[in-house]
Design a protein. Structure first.
Length: 168
């Protein structure tokens, strides 16, 4: 697996990954996370991906000659409590459905850890959907994160998770 920087030319690819993930979530009845409409039809989602791509905050995982997943990193989202120390925040993590179960998300999170250390941050945070059976929260806990603050954006329940990073 190879990780490369993403840019403006990758926006449609990342939106495609998100659309596929949304369709899969709908197919299994998990509409609370992202709703039922493609992310590419949501102007706010498109603007967010565009901003991350243009700012150099997007990273792509390649496997078998294809983009297998995407990672967006940067500052914490406005709806979560601010960090009290230098951090790197995972704003986006998505794996292409064709690559599910092949460690793409884990490898992208390893990449985020590497970037955080390079920047002198010893804290990696992420937030995710905390509704339903909290399966996504458990995924991040399985990746070494600890659940901390909960929040809500309108009716959408969220969970902040943190991971302390060791030097080197």
């Amino acid at each position: 697996m190879r990780i490369t920087p993403g840019g403006p030319g990758d926006i449609d690819t990342v939106l495609g990954l998100l659309d596929d993930a949304t369709a899969w979530l709908v197919s299994i009845g998990r509409t609370g996370q992202w709703g039922t409409q493609p992310r590419s039809a949501n102007p706010r989602a498109v603007a967010q991906i565009t901003e991350w791509a243009e700012a150099g905050r997007l990273h792509l995982a390649h496997l078998d000659g294809q983009v297998a997943g995407a990672l967006g990193v940067g500052a914490a989202m406005h709806y979560v409590p601010p960090a009290t120390e230098p951090e790197l925040y995972v704003n986006l993590l998505v794996t292409g459905r064709a690559f599910a179960g092949r460690g793409v998300g884990a490898r992208l999170l390893d990449h985020a850890r590497e970037m955080a250390r390079e920047r002198g941050a010893h804290l990696l945070r992420v937030d995710c959907y905390a509704g339903g059976d909290r399966k996504l929260v458990r995924y991040y806990e399985g990746q070494g994160f600890t659940a901390t603050d909960t929040f809500a954006v309108s009716e959408w329940p969220g969970q902040v998770l943190v991971q302390r990073l060791r030097s080197g």
